[in-house]
Ligand binder design. Sequence first.
Ligand SMILES: Nc1ncnc2c1ncn2[C@@H]1O[C@H](COP(=O)(O)OP(=O)(O)OP(=O)(O)O)[C@@H](O)[C@H]1O
Length: 229
Amino acid sequence: MIRLEQVSKVYKTSTRPALENVSVEVDKGEFVFLIGASGSGKSTFLRLLLREEVPTKGRVYVANFDVARMARRRVPRLRQSIGCVFQDFRLLHNKTVAENVAFALEVIGKPRHTIRKVVPEVLELVGLEGKAERMPNELSGGEQQRVAIARAFVNRPLMLLADEPTGNLDPDTSQDIMLLLERINRTGTTVLMATHDHSIVDSMRRRVVELDLGRVVRDDARGVYGVGR
Ligand SMILES: Nc1ncnc2c1ncn2[C@@H]1O[C@H](COP(=O)(O)OP(=O)(O)OP(=O)(O)O)[C@@H](O)[C@H]1O
C-alpha cells in the first residue's frame, strides 16, 4: 500500500536532510504510528505520500502510484485515494456538518443522489447522527474531529493519514477518536498516524515506526512509545 525505498529529502533552504535513507513498507489494512521528536521528519514523510513534496532521492509508492515520478495531472487521483485528518480539524466554518462532509464529494464530482445517501451514513458511522445541521463552532473539539474524519472517510479512501489528530483533545476524547480510527481501520482502510501522544501509542500496541533526525531508528510490530529510553 505504501512503500518508501531509500528516500531522502533535503529542503532547498536547509542543510540537513529532513529524511535520510528511509525505507518503510506498509501493507493494506495495517495501522501504523509514526513517532519521533519535533523536527524528526514525520510531516515530511506524510507530505511525500501526498506528493506535496518530492524526494531528493529514492522512490515513493502509494497504492499503484509511483508518487515521485507520476505526471502532475494524475496527482488528484492519488489524493482521492488518501483521506487526511489534522490536529486543527480544518473544517469549513461557514458550512454545516453535513455540508462539510458533502463538500468533499462535490469537489470530486459525485452525483447529488449519492451524496444525499452517503453523508448520513458516514455521520452515523462517526457517531454524529443528529448533528448534521450544526455549525462547526457549535461542536466540541472531539465532535469537530469526528466531522473531519467523516469528511476524510466519506469517499472510502484506501488509506487515512492522520497528523496529530488528538493533539488538541483531552485524554478521554482522544481515546474516543482512537476507537473511531480503529473502527475505520477494521473496514480494511490502512491508517498511518503521526503522533506525540505516548499514552495512545502505549495503550494500542500497534506497529510503531520511529524517526530521529530523519532516520528510521525503530520499527516494532507491536510497539510502545518510549522503548529503550
Ligand atoms: N518547507 C520546509 N522548508 C525547509 N525545511 C523544512 C520544511 N519543512 C520541514 N523542514 C525541516 O525538515 C525537518 C523535518 O521537519 P518535519 O516537519 O517533517 O518534522 P516533524 O517530525 O513533522 O515535526 P513536528 O512534530 O514538529 O511536526 C525539520 O528540520 C524542519 O525544520
